[in-house]
Design a binder for this molecule. Structure first.
Ligand code: NAD
Length: 421
């Protein structure tokens, strides 16, 4: 009991020096990558705290490995461990095909109500990138993780449910613009005020705590007014209501511009930015994807709904080196539950080849260490990964795109990071 991370009454995590943290190795390339990553974590913690702190790793099963050993894709003990120990980390899991089994990742997110999918996107010097100036990319994405199209409220055309909905829409709601009603499937996009507010609140709190310049609400509100558009409006209202002294919103700027002229509005914006206030602005999703390529330096924290967040996370990850290096986390800041994870899949073709890039799990571990407040160990690993890439000692994914690099196995890459700690 004594070594459990718990959420304190003050809303802050209480982390013992020897916390138990459950981990799932993952399927496919997962075991190779986990074995490499855990050595990096343990060595960095040892170097940072000289034995005064250490993680007590607790292996739990999920995915294909769990299915083969226990007959269940997500054994109850695993879910219980994740619930009980608050903070955990996982490799990629095979998504079972067919049979009505949900994606295991989606199941975890929903069971623990992990409403933030957090994806930092940072460039490590020397990483092969399709960008002209990739060093200008430095963003943190807060993707809403529990609502939107992902709620799974979908009906296939021809089923009684779709018929019933069609009937309701055309007869009771007077919907006239279904182009081919008899062959239409339906998906429902639920977006709530509470769900939107807790996501945007987390993003603004993160920006304030980390002294970041702006939060951009990315949405498609020009088309979906009451879901995506409401998300934006609720976000601005929340920012002005709850963070009045700490933020300056684009809407305030617009209002001042209308009432007192553009020069005054610009001056207000300048003073706010210099004073360290977080600028709250918004961008329509398609334009954002363009701006993220053309002017990435203008964006810092991004708050967005589930589907946009899915696209944006992978697109931005590609700008700084792709999914082999992109870390992620799913977090409920209220309960403290957090699952840190590789953002790539199981790449089954490469299972047991000891050849893939472990950086995604290593950097997810960095996020985890930051989350539990072990910043010295986190910083050591970040710097060591940076040095390893700068030295061009890399795994096959980077090797193929670099000139005069040295090709390393997964385990050798970890050795190199450890040497650079
Ligand atoms: P994938 O990410 O597993 O692989 C796609 C390609 O990306 C690979 O062929 C490889 O070239 C490259 N790649 C992936 N990880 C890499 C790494 N660490 N280093 C270097 N290159 C890497 O995607 P997929 O093939 O679409 O999915 C395979 C399985 O993984 C499916 O069952 C899918 O559902 C599952 N999946 C799981 C997660 C997760 O657990 N978080 C995420 C995505 C996909």
């Amino acid at each position: 009991m004594a070594n459990k991370i718990i959420m304190g009454m003050d809303g802050k995590l209480q982390v013992p020096d020897f916390p138990t943290i459950p981990f799932i190795e993952g399927d496919g390339i997962g075991p190779d990558i986990w074995k490499a990553s855990v050595r990096v974590f343990d060595t960095a913690i040892q170097k940072a705290y000289g034995g005064k702190r250490k993680i007590d790793w607790l292996q739990v099963l999920a995915g294909e490995e769990a299915f083969n050993k226990t007959g269940s894709w997500m054994p109850a003990e695993t879910m219980e461990a994740f619930r009980n120990y608050l903070v955990s980390i996982k490799g990629p899991l095979t998504t079972p095909v067919g049979g009505g089994i949900r994606s295991l990742n989606v199941a975890l997110r929903q069971e623990l109500d992990l409403y933030v999918c957090l994806r930092p996107v940072k460039y490590f010097e020397g990483t092969p990138s399709p960008m002209w100036q990739p060093e200008k990319v430095n963003m943190v994405i807060f993707r809403e993780n529990t609502e939107d199209i992902y709620a799974g409220i979908e009906y296939m055309t021809g089923t009684p449910e779709a018929e019933k909905l069609l009937h309701f829409l055309t007869r009771e709601m007077n919907v006239k613009n279904l182009r081919f009603p008899n062959t239409t499937s339906f998906g429902i996009k639920p977006v709530s005020r509470e769900g939107s507010e807790r996501l945007i609140r987390s993003a603004i709190e993160f920006a304030i705590a980390n002294k970041l310049p702006s939060v951009t609400i990315v949405h498609k509100g020009n088309i979906m007014k009451f879901t995506e558009g409401a998300f934006k409006n609720w976000g601005y209202a929340l920012a002005e209501r709850e963070f009045a002294g700490n933020v300056y919103t684009w809407q305030q700027w617009e209002k001042t511009k209308k009432e007192r002229g553009e020069a005054v509005a610009n001056e207000e914006m300048k003073i706010s930015a210099i004073g360290g206030k977080v600028i709250i602005k918004d961008a329509i999703a398609d334009n954002f994807l363009q701006q993220a390529l053309l002017a990435p330096q203008d964006y810092s924290v991004i708050a967005t709904l589930n589907l946009n967040g899915d696209y944006i996370s992978d697109a931005l990850a590609a700008q700084v080196g792709g999914i082999g290096i992109a870390p992620g986390a799913n977090i409920n800041y209220k309960t403290g539950h957090a699952v840190f994870e590789a953002t790539h899949g199981t790449a089954p073709r490469f299972a047991n080849t000891n050849s893939m890039n472990p950086s995604s799990v290593i950097l997810s571990g960095v996020m985890m260490l930051e989350y539990i407040g072990w910043r010295d160990a986190a910083e050591k690993i970040t710097n060591a990964v940076g040095r390893t890439i700068r030295n061009k000692t890399v795994t096959i994914d980077f090797y193929n795109l670099m000139k005069e690099a040295t090709l390393l196995k997964t385990s050798e890459f970890a050795d190199e990071v450890i040497r650079n700690l």
